[in-house]
Design a protein around this ligand. Structure first.
Ligand SMILES: Nc1nc2c(c(=O)[nH]1)N[C@H]1C(S)=C(S)[C@@H](COP(=O)(O)OP(=O)(O)OC[C@H]3O[C@@H](n4cnc5c(=O)[nH]c(N)nc54)[C@H](O)[C@@H]3O)O[C@H]1N2
Ligand SMILES: Nc1nc2c(c(=O)[nH]1)N[C@H]1C(S)=C(S)[C@@H](COP(=O)(O)OP(=O)(O)OC[C@H]3O[C@@H](n4cnc5c(=O)[nH]c(N)nc54)[C@H](O)[C@@H]3O)O[C@H]1N2
Ligand code: SF4
Ligand SMILES: [Mo]
Length: 721
């Protein structure tokens, strides 16, 4: 029989850019992948990861059946056996010690799946534990918190209006490699190139001369962890030189004078030494931001994963507000996704943290979770409320969270662990049961998270390319069965029992009677779309395989605001207190050598190093060192160096390069695939080292609980022996 060749369209689920892919399908295999030229948002753009999208489905190491650990080894078992093992592992712990004895960790791909978008909240509710952790506290939690205070909702995150801005200041982001984050912009590099072509400018602030910096009009080196000083210097200048102009937003902003008071201590002359950017240049940036017809400040990982992460994230928006660029075309704007609807009226309950505290370190709850920097404490510290059982969904905290050596050891002490994950990797090797979901070609896709962050409003749904593998299980079903088990319904209860209940609830809330769609996630999406801002339906999206364009971003202030006052509350008390702490930090002595991370276009955190095309070529897991430091520390290019922090030490190959500034070394994260018990043949041949054995779990951004992954004090010497 001759295999029929067809074309299928699918949103790429691998990063935040949400590109449309065109797949050539022959029989039951994807034989080619390219960018979908007719896609309303990505217009044919694709990156090397998207191009190898199907290799994740074919990967021989990918788990297709559940795994159960017996006598220290993982063996394939049936789904019924696996769920029975989950029930007999979890239920007795919950019954004996209560729900706090179970912790959950939710990893990054949860925001890239429909199952994650729809079934994680009910799962956490069913678990009833306060020991909830996620990749958010090694990532963007500071932005949620600063937006929570400013706009009243941690989800009201303004994005740079890339396609219309005249001047863009980028801090701590490298979209040429990452393709952007908290700003969904397929072909981010192309959009930046277009910005310059239409006469605009962009400036990059980064301790490394990244590819983004190379394409910029200007690159400014900054000492890691000091962007808050630079930004306060800009704010100071805006006030001092009378450059603030709130424009249309004037009646909707409170606290401007309070910010003026805080900024008084941070003149450019005072902060220049601490951040390494000259005072005149800081003043110049303030003047350029104020003078540009439209301008946007955009900060990402490098502004979040630092000690003053929330304050820095807040200052990014303060500058946007003070220059009149919040909520105007060409500035930063609030997207409106098709599955959501505008608020009925401005104002709301506002945002708070600390509704509970972690048991061991007393760290405040933020957005329903605790900092992952204290996960190991909760597992390895005995006492009432100790975590004894652990659930991970789409996470690899053993490689991605701070002091991961300690966490790795702590996981050995658990009574029970279950992971929903397609790989037997550094984290899931500890699990008693691994439940692997169907691969991305066998499930539908809609970006519940990223369409709320897109630089242009659009919507797209992709149906599964292939039918479900008969022996596999969809992630919605896996999560539903877990929910049923933890809520005491028995391991044999069919997933549909929960799906039906959730759909009935959603229909009732929306005032609808029925929903279309082949799967449970699709039906919930249909309900959300039909009650959403544009009155679309699932069928509308199915009829539009290249997506539906919903136009450029529109102003949303005051409707978007959820603060008690219904205003942009520019100077919430917790931020004012942090500003006082920052002022004290101005006089801190220099920490010596510090470590930062980096991303490469062909990586995706820790989990795509098993795709041959993405790891081929020279070793990328190198320690970048400036030539002056290499000389001083007697480190030769290609030789190995020993890097030691307060919590750990590792040896990495040195790459001498002036891309990093003096005093700063850079090592990528997500490597270290040489641990015993993993099943990642390709990755194990290019293991690299795990940079997070150096990250200190005790140093966090206090307002958000976010880990400090950049600017870690380290000592470096040539490796001996
Ligand atoms: N030093 C340092 N550390 C960092 C960072 C840094 O910049 N520097 N960055 C941080 C950031 S931004 C993030 S987001 C975190 C990421 O931290 P994590 O989310 O913990 O780690 P990932 O590497 O994304 O691992 C994702 C896991 O999900 C699994 N997976 C993939 N697809 C699916 C799926 O469809 N369903 C399920 N159930 N599982 C799936 C993979 O097999 C893998 O085990 O790392 C953080 N760690
Ligand atoms: N190819 C690839 N793409 C990815 C990922 C990946 O692993 N690989 N991960 C995805 C995820 S989960 C996320 S969250 C996004 C992240 O997206 P980005 O934020 O764009 O990520 P990075 O490339 O890590 O860029 C962070 C930059 O901050 C700089 N930096 C470090 N410390 C500081 C500092 O103190 N101040 C300043 N100004 N800069 C600093 C670093 O040198 C680096 O260039 O990328 C996503 N896309
Ligand atoms: S940029 Fe992101 S979404 Fe686009 S193809 Fe690459 S990995 Fe996929
Ligand atoms: Mo991330």
């Amino acid at each position: 029989m001759v295999d029929v060749t067809r074309t299928a369209y699918r949103t790429c689920p691998l990063c935040e850019a949400a590109c449309g892919l065109e797949l050539t399908v022959t029989g039951d295999a994807v034989t080619a992948v390219r960018g979908d030229r007719d896609h309303v948002f990505s217009h044919g753009f694709v990156c090397p990861k998207g191009a190898t999208f199907a290799r994740l489905s074919d990967d021989p190491d990918r788990l297709r059946r559940p795994m159960l650990k017996r006598n220290g080894r993982h063996e394939e078992v049936s789904w019924d056996e696996a769920f029975a093992a989950v029930e007999s592992g979890l239920r007795p712990i919950i019954e004996a010690y209560g729900s706090q004895a179970v912790a959950a960790y939710l990893g990054n791909p949860n925001v890239h799946t429909m199952a994650g978008g729809l079934y994680i909240t009910p799962l956490l509710k069913a678990l009833g534990t306060r020991n909830v952790f996620s990749a958010s506290t090694v990532d963007q939690m500071p932005k949620h918190v600063s937006c929570g205070y400013l706009y009243g909702s941690p989800f009201a995150i303004p994005v740079p209006d890339l396609d219309r801005t005249d001047f863009l200041l980028i801090l701590g982001a490298n979209p040429w490699e990452s393709n952007g984050s908290l700003a969904t912009a397929a072909d981010f590099p192309g959009r930046l190139t277009a910005l310059r072509k239409r006469g605009g400018r962009f400036v990059v602030v980064d301790p490394r001369r990244t590819r983004t910096a190379e394409h910029a009009d200007e690159h400014l080196f900054i000492r890691p962890g000091t962007d808050a000083f630079l930004l306060f210097g800009i704010v100071h200048t805006l006030f001092e030189e009378g450059l603030t102009e709130l424009g249309r937003l004037t009646p909707y902003v409170s606290g401007v004078d309070d910010v003026r008071g805080l900024a008084a201590a941070f003149s450019p002359e005072r902060v220049a030494g601490a951040c390494g950017v000259g005072a005149e240049r800081i003043r110049g940036l303030a003047r350029e931001l104020a003078a540009a017809p439209t301008a946007a400040v955009y900060g990402r990982i490098g502004t979040c994963t630092v000690e003053f992460g929330t304050l820095t994230s807040w200052l990014v928006d303060v500058v946007n507000v003070l220059t009149g660029n919040l909520d105007r075309p060409g500035g930063v704007m609030f997207p409106l996704a098709a599955h959501l609807r505008p608020n009925p009226k401005p104002g709301g309950k506002g945002f708070t943290t600390g509704r509970w505290h972690s048991r061991v370190r007393g760290l405040p709850e933020v957005k329903g979770e605790l900092p992952v920097a204290t996960l190991a404490d909760e597992i390895d510290t005995p006492g009432e409320g100790q975590v004894r059982a652990f659930l991970t969904v789409a996470g690899n905290p053993v490689l991605s969270t701070p002091n991961s050596g300690r966490l790795d050891r702590a996981l050995d002490g658990l009574d029970f662990m279950v992971s929903v994950d397609p790989y037997l990797n550094e984290t899931t090797r500890h699990a008693d049961v691994i439940l692997p979901p169907l691969d991305a070609t066998r499930k539908g896709h809609y970006d519940f998270s990223f369409l709320t962050l897109a630089v242009r409003n659009f919507a797209a749904y992709s149906p599964p390319v292939f039918p479900a593998d008969p022996g596999g299980m969809d992630e919605c079903d896996i999560l539903a069965r877990l929910i049923l088990i933890v809520s005491g319904h028995g391991a044999g209860t069919p997933a549909s029992a929960l799906h039906d209940r959730m759909l009935a609830g959603a229909l009732q809330k929306a005032g609808l009677t029925e929903a279309s769609g082949d799967g449970p996630a699709e039906r919930l999406l249909d309900v959300a779309l039909r009650s959403g801002a544009y009155g679309l339906s699932l069928d509308d999206l199915i009829a539009a395989p290249h997506g539906v364009d919903l136009g450029p971003l529109q102003p949303r202030v005051p409707e978007v605001l959820r603060t008690p006052s219904g205003m942009v509350e520019l100077c919430a008390p917790p931020l004012a207190a942090e500003a006082a702490r920052l002022r004290e930090a101005l006089d801190r002595p220099s920490p010596g050598m510090v470590l930062i991370g980096r991303r490469h276009l062909r990586s995706n955190n820790s989990w795509m190093h098993n795709v041959p095309a993405l790891v081929k070529g020279r070793d990328r897991c190198t320690l970048q060192v400036h030539p002056a430091d290499a000389d001083r520390l007697t480190l030769a290019d290609g030789a190995r160096a020993e890097v030691t922090s307060r919590v750990g030490s590792l040896a990495a190959r040195v790459e001498v390069t002036d891309r990093v500034m003096p005093g700063v070394v850079s090592l990528p994260h997500g490597w270290g695939h040489d641990l015993p018990g993993v099943r990642l043949a390709v990755a194990a041949a290019h293991p690299g080292v795990n940079s997070n054995v150096l990250t200190d779990e005790l140093v966090i951004d206090p307002l958000s609980g976010n880990s400090v992954m950049n600017g870690i004090p380290v000592e470096i010497k040539p490796e001996v022996g």
